[in-house]
Write a protein that binds this ligand. Structure first.
Ligand code: ATR
Length: 269
């Protein structure tokens, strides 16, 4: 029987991950299946143990279970520990290994797909929730000179900065932003409700790469605002595909090429 994988979330029907992993499996000649799994909101842990018993080899984890996944993992990678969240589980000899490929996926999308080096760059990170926390370490590892975390609730940004205790990472309020950044990442959940985080226009310049972790058929309000102020814009589709490629590499030992599937998702036949 083929090795079995899945993505667990609630809701999950909209997930593109099965299509992405099917494309990776076909490209690399790996025999596996990958399906959607809807877990009850209060039943994530039991659901994962059911998958273990059924012989699954691994699972991706999405909203709202990434913190639960970190809690139930038998072991965490260093980057999952730093992120405080897990998006990739590997089931090995009855153990549950937790990792987080969201940050490396974001970095791969910026560096390889957008062609923007992070080395020496000033990064503005909008939001201080789990999505923001998960990308701090990978951005630093990719050479970012500084990361300024702006959040509506200042105390949450201060708490995030304190967990990293790194001079390159600092917090500010949206209103404090008076100059342009090289890279701006919208890690708030504002786009989910069609809202724009209150980032001043001064943050954007022609050389700014403005990336929203969300994606939708239409540009998000953040992308529209950034483009309106001259920035290069990018949605979260590339990050989605790259985090999947990182997860696939963890499970299968081969990193698929992402060019074709990213093109297909952007331009469906
Ligand atoms: P996630 O796991 O996706 O990061 P989260 O932990 O609930 O979700 O965090 C959501 C983030 O989006 C927070 O930083 C939140 O700001 P607050 O801490 O001030 O609540 C931010 N956010 C959500 N809606 C927003 C909006 N309309 N404008 C600005 N920030 C917003």
């Amino acid at each position: 029987m083929n090795d079995r994988y899945c993505v667990i979330g609630n809701p999950i029907a909209h997930s593109k991950s099965p299509d992405i992993h099917a494309a990776f499996a076909a490209q690399t000649g790996q025999a596996l299946t990958y399906q959607r799994e809807l877990a009850p909101l209060n039943g994530f842990e039991a659901h994962v143990h059911g998958l273990l018993r059924a012989g699954f080899r691994g699972a991706n984890v999405t909203v709202p279970f990434k913190l639960d996944a970190a809690r139930i993992a038998t072991r965490l990678s260093a980057r999952a520990r730093a992120a405080g969240a897990v998006n990739t589980l590997s089931f090995v000899d009855g153990a549950i290994l937790g990792d987080n490929t969201d940050g490396p996926g974001l970095v791969a999308d910026i560096v390889h797909n957008a062609g923007v080096s992070l080395s020496g760059k000033r990064v503005l990170l909008l939001g201080a929730g789990g999505a923001a926390r998960g990308v701090v370490l990978p951005l630093l590892e990719a050479g970012a000179a500084s990361i300024v975390v702006a959040n509506r609730t200042r105390a949450t940004a201060d708490a995030l900065v304190a967990t990293f205790a790194d001079a390159r990472v600092s917090a500010c309020e949206y209103g404090d932003i008076v100059q342009a950044f090289d890279v701006i990442v919208n890690a708030t959940s504002a786009s989910l409700s069609g809202a724009l985080p209150p980032v001043p226009a001064a943050a954007f310049a022609a050389a700014t790469l403005a990336l929203d972790m969300m994606y939708a058929a239409q540009p998000t309000p953040f992308m529209a605002f950034a483009a309106g102020h001259g920035a290069q814009v990018r949605d979260g589709l590339g990050m989605l595909v790259e985090q999947a490629a990182e997860a696939f590499a963890l499970w299968r030992g081969v990193r698929p090429d992402t060019t074709d599937i990213l093109h297909l998702l952007r331009h469906p036949a």
